[in-house]
Design a protein around this ligand. Structure first.
Ligand code: NAP
Length: 290
């Protein structure tokens, strides 16, 4: 039987619509609109596309777009000063530094200028620590999008074995924390993992986030398992993922496509985080509801 295809575009549209409605309620209650400050350094074409999409969707959700384009040669201390200024600015609910930054800059030190209550990408050391401790924080957008897809698709997570392929700060590690919080039994595989198929074949849920095109094939998947493909690769045949969709579709119970699976969720969760950050800024992070 063919897998149920999890439609990330439709789930993302619902999230965006919910955020838009909640943003109007926030505006009615406070007279203020959430403001998203985006910081883009240099002229990387892919980063331009990503940031433009984020800005466009931020405006569509009724939020204020506060964009800061900077030259590629900007100095570390000048960029840190800007991030600290945005951190202190009441009209800014969330701050997003588009990665990657040019090589002369220290990305970790830059991210750590963003306080946790404005860290809408959920990538700073403080946010990672709060997440690891299970405390209130803004969650990294792609992992949060994966959790939302599982929730909306009514995939049981509690008590299930989830195998994440990839241990990056951006996806694999935070996702392992979120799945643990959802009571999954979590295994994290990486480039040194031996005999990957024997591990993923034991999984009820496989999350492929290795950045290797078509890494996950028929031999990796237990019949009926849920397979979530985080990978994005531009090929001559269009966008492809870390999962060989055609090889897996008749084995998995549920499967995300690429494109149209996890990808659209990332910006939707960014908008959700920005609204949440505005609430944090109004009420204080500790007083806010998770
Ligand atoms: P990354 O930083 O390069 O991390 C890749 C991870 O996969 C590493 O932990 C690496 O192991 C592991 N890995 C590499 N080759 C492997 C193999 N053959 N077997 C098992 N594990 C392997 O990548 P990332 O930033 O997490 O992104 C992963 C993928 O997701 C990329 O395709 C990226 O484009 C995509 N992505 C999509 C979205 C979205 O919005 N949908 C967002 C972010 C990323 P080591 O730690 O041992 O090196």
């Amino acid at each position: 039987m063919s897998a149920k295809i999890i439609d990330g575009r439709s789930v993302a549209t619902k999230v965006r619509n919910q955020v838009k409605l909640a943003t109007e309620s926030y505006y009615s209650a406070t007279g203020r609109r959430p403001g998203l400050a985006t910081v883009l350094v240099g002229h990387d074409p892919a980063s331009h596309v990503y940031i433009n999409n984020k800005r466009k969707q931020c405006v569509a959700a009724g939020m204020v777009d506060l964009h800061h384009p900077l030259p590629a040669e900007v100095a570390q201390e000048d960029l840190e000063a800007l991030l600290r200024k945005l951190a202190a600015d009441d009209s800014v609910s969330g701050v997003l530094l588009q990665l990657p930054v040019p090589e002369h800059l220290d990305a970790s030190a830059l991210l750590d200028c963003i306080p946790a209550h404005k860290d809408v990408d959920g990538l700073t050391t403080e946010s990672a620590g709060l997440l690891a401790r299970g405390l209130r924080s803004l969650r990294p957008c792609t992992p949060a999008g994966v959790i939302e897809l599982l929730r909306v698709s009514e995939i049981e997570v509690s008590g299930r074995h989830a195998v994440i392929v990839g241990r990056s700060q951006l996806v694999g590690k935070p996702l392992s924390q979120l799945l643990l919080q959802s009571d999954a039994t979590v295994t994290v595989a990486h480039s040194r993992t031996q005999n990957l198929p024997s591990i993923t074949r034991d999984a009820d849920i496989i999350i492929a986030a290795a950045g290797v095109p078509h890494l996950i094939g028929a031999t990796h998947v237990k019949p009926g398992a849920t397979v979530i493909d985080v990978g994005i690769h531009r090929t001559r045949d269009g966008l492809r993922g870390d999962v060989d969709f055609d090889a897996v579709v008749d084995i998995a119970g549920a499967l995300t496509p690429v494109p149209g699976g996890v990808g659209p969720m990332t910006i939707a969760m960014l908008l959700s985080n920005t609204l949440q950050a505005a609430t944090f800024n109004t009420q204080g992070m500790a007083a806010s509801v998770r």
